[in-house]
Structures are given as C-alpha cells and as structure tokens.
Design a binder for this molecule. Structure first.
Ligand code: DGY
Length: 326
C-alpha cells in the first residue's frame, strides 16, 4: 500500500497548544522560528513550493505571495477570525481556499471590549500612571472623575458574533439600552436584549458608549472619521477591538484633544505596533492595548486546533472546518 502523500506546509509563527503536532505527523511542516514575523522577502522565500500556509493576521497574503508559493498551493489558513490581510480575489483566482478561526475567540474578545470600555470610562490608565510615576497626591474629591455605564445606552457597530457577545455582557451586566447597526434585522437581539437596529448616525448621536465590531472592508475603512466623531456625545466613550483602520486616528486625536468625545479604548491601531511617538500614545483618556482581544490560553489553543484542521482539510481537497466564502 502506498504511503499517504505528505504535503509541504509553512507556518508563519509558533502557536500555542499541541495542534501543530497533528500537522507535523501528517505533513512536512516548517515553522518560522522568530517572534517577529517574516519580512515580505522572507515570506516569499519560505512559501515557495508549499501546498498549505498557516498565517497570522499580521502577514500580508497577496497575489505575489500566492504566486510565489506556486500552482500547487491549496489552502491559506489564517490564525484569526478576521481575514482582511488576505487578498480573497487572488485566492479565488488561483483556486486557493481560505480558512479562519471564528467562535473560539468570541467570548475573550467581547470580554476585552468590556475591559476597555470600563478602563477608558474610569480613566484607569491615567490613575495607574499617577501611582507609577509618584504623582499620587492627596485623595481629591474631583480627581479622575469618570463615567458609569449603568442604565445608559450602548451602541454596537456590527452585530456579528463578537458584537452580540459584547452586547449581552453590557445589557445583562449593566442594564444598558442597546442600539446596533447590522446589515439585517436581528429578531433574537431585539427580543432577548431589547435591542433596536438603527443607522450609524442615530447610533452615534444617541449612545453613551460605542463599540466597534465590524470586519474591515472597503466599506468600513475610516467608518469612524471626523464627521462620525462629531456626531457623538461629548461624554461618550469609543471602544475598538475590531481593526484599527476602521477609525480615522488623526480625527480621533483631534476629537479627544478637543473634548469632542470623553475617552477611547483601543485594542487595534494603524499601524500595529503603534510607534510610541504616535500622538495617540500617552494622550489622556486613551488606553491602547497591543491587539490582545483573543489572547487567552483557551482562545489561542482553540484557534490553533481550527487553523490546523483547516490546513489538513485544505491540502486533502476537503471542505475546510471554517471556510471563508470566496
Ligand atoms: C482576530 O482573530 O481577527 C482578532 O483580531 C484576534 O484578536
């Protein structure tokens, strides 16, 4: 009996858990050894001759990469729920399937959006900096006053899996009124969370807290620009755990400096990493995290299992466990 064919797989970073062992047993796997991603040139070199790629959200997989891999490339399995780093048109044209890792990171990412909302609203970053830098003076009745979510209005931009999990937390935990944008009506959200689907302008004008949960596409790039920020309440808190490019960051700097919104909590920025010299860094009432929405052991190991399943299915010519429609 002939041995099953071993495919060549390139994995662009070490990932947590034991899932890669399953891939190594079945195929010839090379794993990029560094913590820093391969440069574009190193990526092109390493993908050559591969049948499958397991990629990170920070790897740009465009037509040049797909062509550099060669015509045998069958699958690009992204270790993320988002796939804006992959040129889907090029994948379709070259007959390459694309996989992602939904569901297992929904709760962790929603939790981080709640964390950022509370941290920004209660000025946690400024308070912690006072302690760290020896500026903690007397207890002052009016120092570091923040805003409270209880009973206020939360606006969820994009009611997908993560938007819904975030909305559930805010409505059930803080008895908030829910407004949301969505491509379609969501009867379950309206019923179980007393949500109301509105257009973006109404959501921005009415919400005390706005959280972004849409995918990055040509339609959502700079969705929250100067005009959008000017519609928000001056007491509003803006949270983004989706993708940095959805917010016009220069406009956000102006809005915070000008007191046009109260605070912002960001897990995603443009670029990533955001240089420490960027005007957003160190701005009072802005808290920035280094894209850690899915950074729990449970989520990252779950993502690894799905990403590996996607590669195994893709190189075998089977439908992927989680396949991105092309
Ligand atoms: C994803 O998987 O797309 C998330 O941004 C990771 O935090």
């Amino acid at each position: 009996m002939s041995e099953p064919t071993r495919s060549r797989i390139f994995v662009t970073r070490k990932i947590p858990g034991a899932a890669l062992d399953r891939l190594r047993e079945a195929h010839d796997v090379s794993i990029w050894p560094d913590e820093l991603p391969p440069t574009p040139e190193q990526l092109l070199e390493n993908v050559a001759g591969c049948d499958g790629l397991l990629t990170m959200l920070s790897d740009r997989i465009d037509e040049t990469v797909i062509k550099a891999a060669g015509p045998q490339l069958k699958v690009v399995s992204n270790y993320a729920v988002g796939f804006n780093n992959i040129d889907l048109k090029a994948a379709r044209e070259h007959g390459v399937c694309v996989g992602n890792t939904p569901d297992v990171l929904t709760g962790a990412t929603a939790d981080l959006a709640v964390t950022l909302l509370l941290a920004a609203a209660r000025r946690v970053e400024e308070g912690a900096a006072e302690v760290r830098e020896g500026r903690w003076g007397a207890w002052k009745p009016s120092a570091l006053l923040g805003v409270e979510p209880e009973g206020k209005t939360v606006g969820v931009v994009g009611m997908g899996r993560i938007g819904k999990a975030f909305a559930e937390r805010m409505v059930r935990g803080w008895n908030m009124k829910l407004l949301y944008t969505s491509r379609s009506d969501q009867a379950d959200v309206d019923e179980s969370l007393r949500g109301r689907r509105v257009d973006l302008d109404e959501l921005l004008a009415e919400s005390d807290f706005v959280s972004i949960h849409v995918a990055l596409t040509d339609d959502t790039r700079n969705l929250i620009d100067a005009a959008a920020l000017s519609k928000m309440k001056s007491t509003a808190v803006l949270v983004n755990t989706a993708r940095g490019e959805i917010i016009d960051q220069d406009a956000l700097v102006d809005a915070i400096k000008g007191g046009r919104i109260f605070a912002a909590g960001l897990d995603v920025t443009t670029p990533e990493p955001l240089p420490p010299s960027h005007p957003l860094v160190g701005l009072p009432r802005v808290i920035i995290l280094p894209h850690i929405g899915s950074a729990t052991d449970t989520s990252r190991c779950g993502m690894a299992e799905i990403a590996v399943d996607n590669v195994l299915a893709g190189v075998a010519g089977r439908p992927l466990r989680c396949e991105v429609p092309l």
